[in-house]
Design a protein. Structure first.
Length: 117
C-alpha cells in the first residue's frame, strides 16, 4: 500500500492540487511515453480481471494496484530489468512482476491490435 501511494505521488500527480509541469516531465522521462498514453492504456487494462483493483488476496488484503502492475511491466520493458529488480521500487514479488509483464503484453495486443498492430 505504501509503495502504491509513493508511486501515485511521485509520478502520477494524483491527489495533488495544481499538478506541476515538472512532475509531468518527470513522468514522461521515466516511462518514455506521454501521460495521456499511459492513462489510455490504463483505461483499457482496468477492464481485464487481472488488473482489477477490487480483488483481495486470501487474507482479505487488497491485491496490488493497477498502477503497480502496469509499472512493473513497463519497468521491465523500458529499462530492460529483470522482475527481481522491480521489488526495489514497487515492492511487489518477482512472480507478480513476471505475471504482470505477461498479462500486460497480452492485454495491449488484445485491446490495441486492430488499431495499431
Amino acid at each position: 500500500m505504501k509503495a502504491a501511494v509513493g508511486l501515485d505521488s511521485d509520478y502520477f500527480c494524483r491527489g495533488v492540487v495544481g499538478e506541476t509541469a515538472a512532475r509531468c516531465d518527470r513522468f514522461e522521462k521515466q516511462w518514455r511515453m506521454p501521460k495521456v498514453v499511459y492513462e489510455r492504456l490504463r483505461v483499457e487494462l482496468i477492464k481485464e480481471p487481472y488488473f482489477d483493483e477490487t480483488k483481495r488476496d486470501a487474507a482479505g488484503y487488497p491485491s496490488c494496484f493497477t498502477d503497480q502492475k502496469m509499472c512493473a511491466a513497463l519497468v521491465q520493458l523500458v529499462e530492460g530489468v529483470s522482475s527481481r529488480a522491480v521489488w526495489n521500487y514497487l515492492k511487489i514479488v518477482t512472480s507478480t512482476a513476471r505475471e504482470a509483464l505477461k498479462k500486460f503484453s497480452r492485454a495491449v495486443v488484445k485491446h490495441f491490435k486492430a488499431e495499431y498492430l
